[in-house]
Design a protein around this ligand. Structure first.
Ligand SMILES: Nc1ncnc2c1ncn2[C@@H]1O[C@H](COP(=O)(O)OP(=O)(O)OP(=O)(O)O)[C@@H](O)[C@H]1O
Ligand SMILES: [Mg+2]
Length: 237
């Protein structure tokens, strides 16, 4: 592990009623200890997962539009509002890594084409690969060495089968390559990774919960077991 702790510099906060400090999970944040090589951020839409992940990316020196330290391109509308207000504690510090934002991956792919670096991504332009193929190319070709990877909803492009492939890549990197991951996700498949810790952004301060406690597990599991009854309840009420 490299990144051990994220702290909010509360003494520097200008106003608790303004974004991003108005988000309940951020308002209540004092210090977050990371205990595993793989940490998942879970929570309802709008609970603050991307806000915190982007702030960590900013402090790591990664392009907050998505990328690593050396990927300089259009920073349009991607300044981190929280980056200046958090403190990261490392042991040891790493500078390698990558911040994946599903929604701006297209721009990242264009940037790779522009600088002619597609050899490092499987030898083909990321634009000539499907959304899911290009994500997996990134994971397979770019992710290695001692590094920290910050991934915002990596499941967005991946079929259930490819999500399982991603778990295998994650496992191989975590065990062999000294890699750390923080992953914001809504995927009950990714959350099922056995060696991760799950931090919930719902209901007050960010706290660690078990897989079975997540809405993602409970709703998916109930849906799959009682699909007819569940849909009847939802659609006919
Ligand atoms: N630039 C901004 N200015 C004001 N409010 C913002 C800004 N960006 C996000 N927010 C608000 O902050 C809250 C947290 O947003 P954030 O994107 O961190 O949520 P999230 O947990 O990642 O959600 P999702 O699961 O939908 O990706 C939301 O209510 C959102 O509307
Ligand atoms: Mg988000």
């Amino acid at each position: 592990m490299f990144l051990k702790r994220i702290e909010l510099k509360r003494e520097h906060i200008p106003a608790l009623d303004k974004y991003p400090f108005s988000i309940p999970s951020i308002k209540d944040l004092h210090r977050l200890d990371l205990k595993s090589n793989v940490t998942f951020f879970v929570g309802e839409n709008g609970s603050g997962k991307s806000t915190l992940l982007e702030a960590v990316a900013d402090k790591c020196g990664f392009n907050t539009a998505g990328g690593g330290r050396n990927n300089y391109y259009d920073l349009h509308a991607s300044e981190s509002a929280l980056g200046d207000y958090i403190r990261l504690s490392w042991l040891p510090k790493v500078t390698n890594g990558f911040f994946l934002r599903a929604e701006s991956f297209y721009n990242f792919a264009s940037h790779i084409d522009t600088v002619g670096a597609h050899e490092a991504y499987g030898g083909r332009s990321l634009h000539e690969q499907s959304h899911g193929e290009s994500f997996l190319s990134l994971f397979l070709n770019r992710f290695h060495r001692k590094a920290i990877y910050l991934l915002d909803e990596p499941e967005a492009a991946l079929s259930p089968g490819r999500q399982l492939s991603f778990l295998k890549i994650l496992h191989d990197l975590e065990t062999a390559g000294d890699s750390q991951f923080i992953i914001a996700t809504h995927s009950p498949i990714l959350l099922g990774y056995p060696h991760g810790s799950i931090l919930s952004f719902d209901d007050g301060p960010i706290r660690e919960i078990e897989y079975e406690e997540t809405d993602h597990y409970q709703i998916t599991s109930y849906f799959l077991q009682h699909r007819g009854k569940f849909l009847k309840q939802i659609l006919e009420d």
